[in-house]
Design a protein around this ligand. Structure first.
Ligand SMILES: Cc1cc2nc3c(=O)[nH]c(=O)nc-3n(C[C@H](O)[C@H](O)[C@H](O)COP(=O)(O)OP(=O)(O)OC[C@H]3O[C@@H](n4cnc5c(N)ncnc54)[C@H](O)[C@@H]3O)c2cc1C
Ligand SMILES: NC(=O)c1ccc[n+]([C@@H]2O[C@H](COP(=O)([O-])OP(=O)(O)OC[C@H]3O[C@@H](n4cnc5c(N)ncnc54)[C@H](O)[C@@H]3O)[C@@H](O)[C@H]2O)c1
Length: 468
């Protein structure tokens, strides 16, 4: 059966539902197609469940520190993973159901369940229904990559999604891939009580970030007893007595890592392979991404790609910002562009690592005349009072224009404190502006003007050093 709409939205992830809300409010007749869970990755298997579990892990960690805070030791802290999961599931379900209820009662929006595939540039099939529209918005997200590691077909493994179904704590979790997924799960499972080994092919953590950031993050992990195996070459998988083994070298005598469970966290693949793109005159790039212009339009007029599937961001905030760009340009006469946004992200370790703009290495590589300000968290009063002094704050400023170039914070509250720098950078403000502001005492943020007041020339011979 054929149905006609003003717009089709494929995927109810982080851009699609909000776009449906804006378009229907403007009087458009909209069809929203979702094949799995409303809320997509972030709500169901990404940000929401992992940050809920990070909170459980933080509570376990704090309990173990009781004596440090002058409290009677609480004895051995053990996690009941089934209960951690139950709490996590409740938080996820509330978020998903809230979204679903909103969409179901949205005037002008018709929901379809199933996989949408193109039949032409202006029509998609979902089961027996053919949905036609002059505007099609793809918000199809991605899924964990299945890497071509030798032995993968013989070894049971977990992904970031299937790991969430565990109700018993892994005795020893082997993780391959030290990206955001690998890092966050490594610390949270260690804190819940698992032994954890993190295997990564790069010689150091976070290769796109500064040496001092990577060193601080490595310290945070190893201080908690996580085994790091960096620079692993020729990673292959095997089994011994039904338990997973990760081989980390081509050398026969290099010791393999043995564990009880194996998590592969080696990136994500866009869900563009089953859209029948060719029927819309589209072709994904070599990594499966849909190429888009600055306004997120694909090569076929009338088709947009938003969120993880366009390769212009891999975060919930970038997917949501994609929605804002598309809605502003279509409905508000805006001329917003993807390149107007700043690169911002956080990894939810404890303490977290948050960043905006350029790294020190990028500033050096560009040869920009720059100043750097850096302060260890041991010199941040609020961090000292909290007893959480790992890490540092670092800011980079253009030596001639005083413009803020970037900042990294590895430290307690860093995921929140970074936002005053993000806002200042978005407003094209300067180090002088940051220094002239008054912040609340006692906070981590209140030291940010101080860091902007301690700027030193970023000399070529100075290397970024680990903060202690
Ligand atoms: C473990 C983990 C933790 C994360 N933590 C964070 C974090 O803390 N902060 C952060 O910013 N980001 C985080 N992310 C990344 C974040 O989840 C994604 O960037 C975000 O969900 C992307 O949103 P999206 O709308 O592009 O896609 P998705 O959320 O993946 O939504 C896409 C939707 O489209 C549906 N779909 C796909 N194809 C079709 C089709 N053909 N027909 C119908 N429906 C279809 C899918 O079922 C899905 O519901 C995390 C990711 C993971 C895996
Ligand atoms: N806090 C957050 O914002 C957050 C949290 C989790 C996930 N995410 C997003 O989810 C996505 C997926 O995260 P991820 O950690 O799976 O991917 P990633 O790309 O961030 O990291 C993958 C890691 O696996 C390694 N790797 C990849 N292929 C390999 C190979 N063949 N052999 C050895 N090592 C290999 C890489 O070197 C890298 O360190 C990312 O885009 C990330 O931004 C974000």
């Amino acid at each position: 059966m054929n149905h006609s709409f003003d717009a089709l939205i494929i995927g109810a992830g982080q851009a699609g539902p909000s776009l449906a809300g804006r378009l229907t409010a403007a009087g458009w007749k909209v069809a929203l197609v979702e094949r799995k869970n409303y809320g997509g990755t972030c709500v169901n298997t990404g940000c929401t469940p992992t940050k809920a579990m990070v909170a459980s892990a933080k509570a376990a960690h704090t309990l173990r520190q009781a004596a440090h805070y002058g409290l009677a030791p609480v004895g051995e802290v053990t996690a009941d993973l089934a209960q951690v999961k139950a709490r996590t599931d409740r938080i996820v379900a509330a978020s998903r159901t809230g979204l679903e209820n909103w969409l179901k009662q949205m005037p002008g929006c018709t929901l379809f369940r199933g996989t949408a595939r193109f039949v032409s540039p202006t029509a998609m099939r979902v089961g027996d229904e053919v949905l036609e529209a002059r505007h099609i918005f793809l918000n199809v997200g991605g899924r964990p990559v299945k890497p071509a590691l030798p032995g993968i077909e013989q070894v049971p493994y977990l992904t970031s999604s299937t790991l969430l179904a565990l109700e018993e704590l892994p005795a020893h979790l082997l993780i391959v891939g030290a990206g955001a997924v690998g890092l966050e799960f490594a610390q949270l499972f260690r804190r819940l009580g698992s032994q954890v080994t993190l295997v990564e092919r790069n010689a150091r953590l976070l290769p796109h970030d500064d040496d001092d950031v990577a060193a601080a993050v490595a310290d945070i992990l190893t201080n908690e007893g996580i085994t790091l195996r960096l620079g692993a070459e020729c990673i292959s998988l095997g089994q011994e007595n039904g338990r997973p083994v990760v081989h980390v070298s081509c050398e026969a005598d290099s010791s393999p890592s043995h564990g009880s469970h194996l998590l592969l966290a080696m990136g994500r693949l866009p869900n563009t392979d089953d859209l029948d793109l060719e029927k819309a005159g589209l072709l994904a790039d070599a990594h499966g991404y849909l190429t888009v212009d600055e306004a997120l339009q694909t090569a076929t007029p009338g088709i947009w790609a938003l969120g993880d599937c366009n390769g212009r961001g891999a975060f919930t905030h970038t997917a949501y910002n994609d929605f804002e760009i598309v809605a502003a340009n279509l409905l508000d006469g805006g001329q917003r562009r993807v390149s107007d946004r700043l690169p911002v992200s956080a990894i939810y370790l404890d303490p977290p690592f948050a960043k905006v703009g350029l790294t020190e290495a990028e500033v050096r590589a560009a040869g920009t005349p720059a100043l750097v300000g850096k302060r260890p968290m041991t010199k941040v009063g609020r961090a000292v009072e909290k007893g959480e002094t790992q890490g540092f704050m670092k800011v980079l400023v253009h030596a001639e224009t005083d413009q803020i170039l970037g900042a990294s914070i590895v430290g307690v509250g860093g995921d929140e404190a970074i936002h005053c720098i993000i806002t200042a950078m978005y407003a094209r403000q300067t180090a002088t502006f940051m220094r002239s502001n008054m912040f609340i005492h006692p906070t981590v943020s209140e030291l940010i003007p101080t860091v902007f007041g301690e700027l030193q020339p970023l000399r070529a011979e100075l290397k970024a050093t680990a903060s202690t």
